[in-house]
Design a protein around this ligand. Structure first.
Ligand SMILES: C[S@@+](CC[C@H](N)C(=O)[O-])C[C@H]1O[C@@H](n2cnc3c(N)ncnc32)[C@H](O)[C@@H]1O
Length: 244
């Protein structure tokens, strides 16, 4: 199964299904809760705000959203006055949904990041909840790291010298792929494999590239409770990259 088929298997089952259990913005990734009485809406808003702040969207002219879903981040970028925002997705239904909203300055493309070649560089890149799809179960650890290295190299080449990137992902932490839920692996998210902490980018000061990682924050709670709104974390950077 190729990447696009795997994505459509999961995401193109009718937007109304996702509307039953996601927040009204159809944000489909872990939120950042501010407290136990936070609503899912508020926690998702906080999470999106965090990523927009991380790439300094206020004042940015162009931002790329890799794995844009139903466009919650693109909507926020448009409302923030970003002139040019590009969203990448492999889902036909997501792209059609975002296009129907006609957000000012937003271009949605049904395109794999592997094939994407931008017309112009970006001030910022945001990627939330897509990294989980980039490696496949057949990849060895070295191959997974190779995929991630290729991804970050591409992102670096798409950014202006002072560009910023903010990325959020679920990771296995100390759990192995073999001990993860097989139903989720085979039927819900086929052909996807989560990163482990070992395969995440190097911390500040250890980068081999001309970019540096300025913050990595590990959250907890998702695997324990299984709820998309359950991430319990201080609003610190996930992975933000800046020039050295
Ligand atoms: C869990 S959704 C997250 C959507 C959105 N960022 C959010 O937080 O609501 C994952 C997204 O990544 C996209 N995606 C996965 N693999 C991709 C790839 N190789 N190239 C482009 N988009 C990809 C999917 O199409 C989907 O839009």
């Amino acid at each position: 199964m190729d990447a696009a088929t795997a994505i459509r298997h999961h995401y193109d089952v009718g937007n109304s299904f996702f509307g039953l259990w996601l927040d009204s913005s159809l944000t489909y990734s872990c939120a950042i809760r501010g407290g136990t009485d936070d609503t899912l809406e508020a926690a998702q808003e906080r999470k999106l705000g965090f990523h927009l702040d991380a790439v300094r969207a206020e004042g940015a002219r162009s931002v790329l959203d890799i794995g844009c879903g139903w466009g919650a981040t693109l909507k926020r970028l448009s409302a923030s006055g970003v002139e040019r925002s590009v969203g990448l997705t492999l889902s036909d239904e997501q792209a059609a949904y975002v296009r129907s909203r006609e957000y000012r300055g937003v271009d949605v493309r049904i395109e794999n990041w592997l094939d994407y070649e931008p017309d112009a560089l970006f001030d910022g890149i945001i990627s939330i909840g897509a990294f989980e799809h980039f490696a496949t179960p057949g990849n060895s650890i070295a191959e997974k790291i190779g995929v991630y290295h290729h991804f970050f190299s591409k992102c670096r080449s798409w950014l202006h010298d002072d560009g910023l990137m903010s990325l959020q992902t679920i990771a296995y932490a100390n759990m192995s792929r073999e001990s993860a839920n097989q139903f989720v692996q085979h039927d819900i998210f086929p052909n996807a494999d989560l990163p482990t902490r070992r395969s995440q980018p190097p911390r500040k000061g250890s980068s081999r590239s001309s970019r540096s990682t300025t913050g990595v924050s590990t959250t907890r709670g998702h695997a324990k409770s299984g709820r998309a709104d359950s991430v319990d974390t201080a609003p610190k950077p996930s992975i933000s990259s800046a020039p050295t």
